[in-house]
Design a protein around this ligand. Structure first.
Ligand code: PLP
Length: 282
């Protein structure tokens, strides 16, 4: 595999950053994961736009303009002969002697990788996945796609140990999102997903789902989800760039709805897959 470090493409095995990098020392950086289908990045502009927003929110300027960064992403995909893969971009505040305040003269570190992905197993679509709920122990700026992911790491490990696929964060009685996904829940035939806020990442897959639903007049909108209501949801789905849209059929060990992926999920997934097919065919 070929990686990218500060303007240079090189074998991943040779890619290095300093131990004084503020990403390593303080998790002082942000990232993006971009799904690639048939060599074509999906929603590249939205991902780069979100990256710029994350940078702005941590007081950093974009390392280059959007067009130029987009070109580097495409170049990375081409050099990896990437067909179905995920492009990862990480930007940190850079290398400097270890001291918390922003250093004066510092250059951002830009790192990119491209990793092949295997398609989501059909069994997950057919049977659904299981999730657990957990108290939201993250910070209050989850709208920033920060590389500081220790709470997410710990909770996904806990989920994995209990045989679950994902953990859903609950903050003050409200369901926020998954540890690495956004959530939709269906009540009375209508799907809701928590609106933008400081404890929800503005998910790009979530936005695609909302957009597709609007185009096809499906009952899907943003709205709060009470944790107390979640066990009564008819359907639950989680969305992310790498997992697309997945049905959740077990919540904290109990079946969701009829314990099978629901009809609204199927309609949304079909629409999502059609969008991906269009991208491949372009
Ligand atoms: N929420 C969190 C905390 C995430 O880490 C992710 C992505 O991995 C998502 C939501 C989904 O976002 P996207 O659809 O943009 O991949």
């Amino acid at each position: 595999p070929i990686a990218y470090v500060n303007g240079t493409f090189l074998p991943l095995s040779e890619a290095r950053v300093s131990i004084l990098d503020r990403g390593f020392q303080f998790a002082d950086g942000v990232y993006e994961v971009i799904p690639v289908y048939g060599g074509r990045p999906f929603r590249l502009d939205a991902h780069l736009g979100r990256l710029e927003r994350s940078l702005r929110e941590i007081g950093m300027a974009p390392p280059m303009d959007r067009e130029a960064l987009g070109e580097q992403v495409r170049e990375l995909i081409a050099r990896n002969e990437g067909r179905d893969c995920q492009a990862y971009i990480q930007v940190t505040r850079g290398e400097a002697p270890r001291n918390h305040p922003f250093p004066d003269a510092v250059h951002p570190t830009v790192v990119m990788t491209c990793t092949p992905v295997t398609p989501v197993p059909e069994e997950w679509i057919r049977e659904g996945v299981s999730v657990i709920t957990a108290e939201d122990i993250r910070w209050a700026r989850c709208d920033i796609k920060s590389i500081a992911l220790l709470p997410n790491v710990m909770m996904r490990q806990k989920a994995a140990e209990s045989g679950a696929f994902e953990a859903l964060w609950v903050h003050q009685g409200q369901v926020m999102e998954g540890a690495a996904s956004n959530i939709f829940a269906v009540f009375g035939g209508r799907a809701v997903t928590p609106p933008d806020g400081s404890r929800v990442l503005p998910g790009i897959t979530r936005d695609v789902v909302l957009e597709l639903a609007a185009e096809q007049d499906l009952p899907v909108a943003s709205g709060e989800i009470d944790a107390a209501d979640l066990p009564h949801a008819e359907e639950i789905w989680v969305t992310s760039s790498t997992k697309e849209v997945l049905p959740v059929t077990r919540l904290d060990g109990e079946p969701v709805g009829k314990g099978r992926p629901g009809p609204l999920f199927r309609t949304v997934l079909d629409a999502y897959r059609a969008r991906i097919r269009e991208l491949r065919a372009r």
